[in-house]
Design a protein around this ligand. Structure first.
Ligand code: AMP
Ligand code: GLY
Length: 436
């Protein structure tokens, strides 16, 4: 079958890499793709927010499956658009309805959903400009640090964590009165601070049943030791050593099952991924407990780059089962090895950075895959940087330290002016293992 994948990052390169391995995959189109996806299918210039154009392309090219990488088209309702058109409604769409995508599109909606279904999450309240004074009072009732979240999508920048009460109140005012994050901060969720270790859990669901995909941990800050500005993600590892069977059972029983049951009970059409961002509290104790920090309605980036290479099953077959409501009884085969992904970024990222620098990829290494993020071919066909996160190296090995070593060795041979990477991906987890 012909498949159209939307997106242009490392996540999409990793998804394309698995799709292309499927015997069921006919022509693979990636819109708009990057210089890495070029080798796996045909990159097509489409505005992925122009649903009519995407639909027209799908028709002309006899696409039978649409896989949506990023959240924006989902929150914008691309699945509903396809379902509403007589000529498109038989195309399988891997990605939830607009209503399902609200789990990511609105923090308030997600928190209310969790509350309705008794899913563990931080205590919270939501405020608007009309209830600003109450919001300030609520802040006073909490202990530092204070967590303020713009309700809507804010390109990953809408969460502020502040130690000082007066500054937190000032932020609240700026978010609500001055629309610090535009319309995204017309409502603000204030919640209790949870202290623990974050991890990312991934689920593929047909809206009634689910498969648990490998879980991962990502590294969000630009600086080593988790310091400095937030980024899209500077690396990831899968599996997460502390998330053993007992802990993952808690995650499934307390979070995954009630989430999928909630979708079904509320009749929210949902065929696609759920990315559950967890705060794991009390790790190392008997009371280790997962809490939901956020839902996303897509795969994570760069988590996908360590999660997808570990999936041994035919992902297209799994997607097909999901689209047909047939995930019940499906099994997923996962590589027991560890994956480590190290992201190489442009100098200056996540603030301003140059583009168009020539990249030299170096030599291939056994067991290591390079996934392209912000890359393209320039007018002369040279591979050049085209984004902040440029390229990442994912290695599979029998242990996490080995995987990290292989990935770092491969990174050394990739070159361009101003390349930067964190040198401590996975080190926190290795330390946890050593401490036993
Ligand atoms: P979010 O966009 O909701 O994932 O939040 C961004 C980041 O803020 C998360 O990855 C956490 O590191 C942090 N964060 C969000 N909510 C909380 C919370 N309630 N307690 C502690 N840290 C949080
Ligand atoms: N790595 C976090 C995200 O994709 O949102």
């Amino acid at each position: 079958m012909n498949i159209l994948l939307l997106g242009s990052g490392g996540r999409e390169h990793a998804i394309a890499y698995k799709i292309a391995q499927s015997p069921q995959c006919g022509q693979l189109f990636i819109a708009p793709g990057n210089a890495g996806t070029e080798g796996l299918g045909e990159n097509v210039k489409l505005d992925i927010m122009d649903f009519e154009a995407v639909g027209q392309f799908a028709l002309t090219h006899r696409v039978e499956m649409l896989v949506v990488g990023p959240e924006a088209p989902l929150v914008g309702g691309i699945a509903d658009y396809f379902a509403s058109q007589a000529t498109l409604k038989n195309i399988m769409v891997i990605g939830p309805s607009k209503q399902g995508a609200m789990l990511e599109g609105s923090k308030d909606y997600a928190k209310a959903f969790m509350q309705r279904h008794n899913i563990p999450t931080a205590r919270y309240r939501t405020f608007t400009v009309d209830t600003l004074a109450e919001g300030e009072k609520f802040l006073e009732s909490l202990e530092a640090p204070y967590v303020l979240k713009a309700d809507g999508l804010a390109a990953g920048k809408g969460v502020l964590i502040e130690d000082d009460l007066a500054t937190a109140k000032a932020h609240l005012r700026e978010m609500l009165e001055d629309r610090k994050f535009g319309d995204a901060s017309a409502s603000v969720v204030i919640e209790e601070y949870l202290s623990g270790i974050e991890m990312s859990v991934f689920v593929l669901t047909d809206g009634s049943h689910y498969l648990l995909l490998p879980s991962a941990k990502d590294y969000k800050r630009i600086g080593e030791g988790d310091t400095g500005l937030n980024t899209g993600g500077m690396g990831s590892v899968s599996p997460v050593p502390f998330a053993d069977k007992a802990f993952m059972k808690k995650v499934e029983d307390r979070i995954v099952k009630p989430t999928v049951r909630g979708l079904r009970e509320e009749k929210i059409p949902y065929c696609g991924f759920i990315f559950i961002g967890l705060m794991c509290c009390g790790i190392g104790t008997e009371d280790a407990s997962p809490y939901v920090i956020e839902y996303n309605v897509r795969m994570g980036d760069p988590e996908t780059e360590s999660v997808f290479p570990r999936i041994k099953s035919d992902v297209v077959a799994l997607f097909e089962n999901a689209a047909h409501g047939d995930l019940d009884g499906c099994k997923i085969e996962v590589d027991s090895r560890s994956a480590a992904c190290v992201m190489m970024v442009a100098k200056g990222y996540p603030e301003s950075y140059p583009k168009g620098d020539a990249i030299s990829l170096g030599e291939d290494a056994e067991g290591v895959t390079l996934f392209h993020c912000g890359t393209k071919r320039d007018g002369e066909g040279r591979l050049v940087t085209a984004g902040g996160r440029v390229i990442c190296a994912t290695a599979l090995a029998n242990s996490l330290p080995e995987a990290l070593l292989k990935s770092y060795n491969r990174c050394q041979t990739v070159e361009w002016d101003g390349k930067y990477q964190r040198r401590d991906i996975g080190q926190d987890l290795l330390k946890l293992i050593q401490e036993g």
